[in-house]
Write a protein that binds this ligand. Structure first.
Ligand SMILES: O=C(O)CCC(=O)C(=O)O
Length: 280
């Protein structure tokens, strides 16, 4: 497979704020990720919840550096990193990755937000970051797939307010934006990847279905957008890229009991999704 986006896909990304790459990872690769994640006690132990303001709780685990294991093999592989490099027009570095564990029947909702709405306070000066949402389970309307507003990244950074324990974009503005831009439910199969701009408005519903909806999101910042101050996410750190073939090699080791160290983020330090400007 040729890594990256075609010129046309890149132009659509710039216009729409997202690009859906279907089957970017094959069945064997995504099954290695799915099985690793579902059997990973450390991932479970490091998960934390945040009230969603609708009576539910979102659950996720988050780590700052990609690491040597299977999660790192995905975050460091050419297929993701080359695409991120094209999108950012700069060298990407790993800003963090997270596993969103939207469990059957109890998985919480995410309020409309922009990732840059969360990250602005971290000393990141421009929204030149990209999030890569990898579907681990099937992601459908029933189990709370991601929803986006096409082109909303063009609106610039929107003011964020606290709803429950999550920061969400100002809803008056979101509802006006939704009148002019298209609201899309992004249904995905395991192995599909949605690349999206840090100012793209996105949300998801609670998961009332019998089916889990886990997804791994790898976020990259541009080297030239190195934050001017320290925060709970890293400043520029060169990314050690891996060939795509590493996923299957590292995945096989995972099941021979070879565990690696992870740079888990302590939930107490994970302020992004709750953070508001001090003068708000
Ligand atoms: O998985 C979801 O539904 C949304 C997650 C998200 O938007 C985030 O982690 O910022």
């Amino acid at each position: 497979m040729t890594p990256g986006l075609s010129d046309e896909q890149l132009a659509h990304y710039d216009r729409d704020g997202f690009h859906l790459a279907q089957e970017l990872f094959d069945r064997e690769e995504i099954e290695l990720l799915r099985r690793s994640a579902k059997e990973d006690k450390q991932l479970d132990d490091h998960s934390f919840g945040r009230g969603d303001g609708e009576g539910g709780t979102v659950r996720l685990s988050l780590w700052n550096h990609p690491g040597q294991g299977i999660y790192g093999a995905f975050a460091r592989c050419e297929r993701l990193v080359a695409a991120a490099e094209q999108i950012l027009r700069d060298e990407p570095y790993h800003y963090h990755s997270k596993m969103i564990m939207k469990d059957a029947r109890v998985g919480g909702a995410w309020a409309w937000h922009q990732d840059y709405g969360y990250w602005y306070g971290n000393g990141v000066l421009t929204p030149n970051l990209v999030s890569c949402f990898i579907a681990v389970d099937p992601s459908t309307r029933q189990n709370g797939c991601l929803q986006v507003i096409r082109g909303s990244h063009q609106c610039g950074r929107i003011h964020h307010k606290l709803t429950g324990e999550q920061a969400g974009a100002d809803l008056e503005r979101v509802s006006e934006i939704a009148k002019r831009f298209e609201h899309i439910h992004v249904e995905m199969d395991p192995g599909d990847v949605l690349f999206f701009h840090a100012n793209l408005l996105h949300r998801s519903d609670q998961n009332a279905s019998e089916h889990p909806r886990w997804s791994m999101i790898c976020c990259y910042n541009a080297k030239s957008n190195d934050p001017y101050k320290e925060s709970h996410h890293p400043r520029y750190t060169p990314l050690d890229r891996l060939p795509d073939s590493a996923i299957k090699q590292i995945g096989a080791q995972r099941f021979s009991g070879d565990q690696t160290e992870m740079a888990w983020l302590d939930p107490k330090r994970e302020a992004s999704a709750r953070q508001l400007e001090e003068d708000a």
